[in-house]
Design a protein around this ligand. Structure first.
Ligand SMILES: Cc1nnc(-c2cnn(C)c2N)n1CCCn1ccnc1
Length: 115
């Protein structure tokens, strides 16, 4: 029997899914370009081109600091990683291919975790 969904329940429930998904993203073999913030001093053009940098360690920090209201706001930050990657990297490049691979994996997993 499905328990009545209170706002708190769906929030807690949603945050558990965020933790599961983030752990899987961090452990993925193609995650290496996305584990830490792009070094904007070392990468010419990145600061100018990418308006909202995002990476998995920043998402981990925000999750730890309870900054995600729900699964949707978490998914938006993860997609930002992949959109930034597509904007800055050729599809036919190692980092570009890694971004596509990670996005495919993430899309599959979060849809599987939906109620
Ligand atoms: C993520 C991401 N998107 N673009 C880059 C990047 C970094 N340098 N260059 C020339 C790029 N296109 N990144 C960060 C990749 C992280 N990285 C690079 C080497 N070791 C880690």
């Amino acid at each position: 029997v499905k328990k009545a969904k209170t706002a708190k329940d769906s929030n807690t429930h949603g945050l558990t899914k965020c933790r599961v998904l983030l752990a899987e993203l961090e452990a993925h073999p193609d995650a290496w370009p996305f584990l830490t913030p792009v070094n904007q001093k070392a990468v010419p053009g990145y600061r100018k081109v990418i308006k909202k940098p995002m990476d998995l360690s920043t998402i981990r920090e925000k999750l730890t600091n309870n900054q995600y209201l729900n699964l949707e706001t978490f998914i938006a930050d993860v997609n930002l990683i992949f959109d930034n990657c597509e904007k800055f990297n050729e599809d036919d490049s190692e980092i570009g291919r890694g971004g596509h691979s990670m996005r495919r994996f993430f899309d599959k997993r979060w849809t599987e975790l939906l109620d």
